[in-house]
Design a protein. Structure first.
Length: 248
């Protein structure tokens, strides 16, 4: 009876697979290294553009110290060679906080467009809470101390002027160490729902003063509705003295 060849052992098959994997890795290594170097070059292009752009925009009155860090492209990307890469800010994006920078090939055999993750920090003076503040509590000068913070850490604007927050009310529980931002405070109510209010109705070439009943509580700058003596409902803005200015 003819002798059939023996099947390779598991160890032999494993060795062959290992050598095949090593050979493939060696063949791909130059391409992977070149792709990694290309990614680093793109990050460098983005960094230079950001540094230049931020330097040009720092001529304003705000004493902000800008810092920018550039992330990395997805290593799985395979981009065609490009003689000139153009950085740009995508529509709707801004150089503030966590955002992204566009990079597009404008001179190459294949046009491509990628987005580079970036983080822009803007350090400047602000008011930081010295202790916890309960929701609804009125803020006093002793509630916060001045310190340098990252204005771009959150979307809401920083309240930098002490006159802009002393006497305001916390809209939610606030923790010590938080920088005061506009969405954390509100103006105190000047009247409650159901209170009588003075209404100034503005029209083309005239102004009429009357009285009505507030349909909700109102603080300076808020839009409120007022029921007039004849039952008509008008909408207006609360002024500093509690008067509601309405327009017809």
């Amino acid at each position: 009876m003819p002798h059939s060849p023996s099947r390779p052992s598991r160890a032999a098959r494993a060795r062959r697979l290992l050598w095949a994997a090593l050979a493939l890795a060696a063949a791909l290594a130059p391409a992977a290294r070149a792709q990694g170097e290309a990614g680093q070059e793109l990050s460098a292009i983005g960094q230079r553009w950001l540094d230049k752009t931020l330097a040009q925009t720092q001529g304003g009155a705000l004493p902000l110290r800008m810092e920018v860090s550039v992330g990395a492209l997805d290593p799985r990307l395979r981009l065609a060679p490009c003689a000139r890469v153009e950085p740009y800010l995508p529509a709707g994006a801004r150089l503030w906080g966590r955002t992204r920078l566009g990079l597009r090939c404008v001179d190459g055999p294949t046009r491509w467009n990628v987005f580079l993750p970036i983080t822009v920090k803007a350090f400047g003076p602000a008011w930081v809470l010295a202790g916890n503040v309960a929701s609804g509590e009125v803020l006093s000068e002793a509630d916060a101390v001045e310190a340098e913070v990252d204005w771009a850490a959150e979307p809401a604007a920083i309240v930098a002027n002490p006159q802009a927050w002393v006497g305001l009310i916390a809209t939610r529980p606030l923790a010590a160490g938080q920088a005061l931002r506009q969405n954390m405070v509100r103006a105190p109510d000047l009247f409650k729902a159901g209170s009588p209010v003075r209404v100034v109705v503005q029209g083309p070439g005239y102004a009429v003063t009357s009285s009505g009943q507030a349909m909700s509580a109102g603080a300076q700058g808020q839009n409120v509705r007022v029921r007039m003596a004849n039952g008509r409902i008008v909408a207006g803005i609360v002024l500093e003295d509690g008067t509601v200015e309405a327009a017809l």
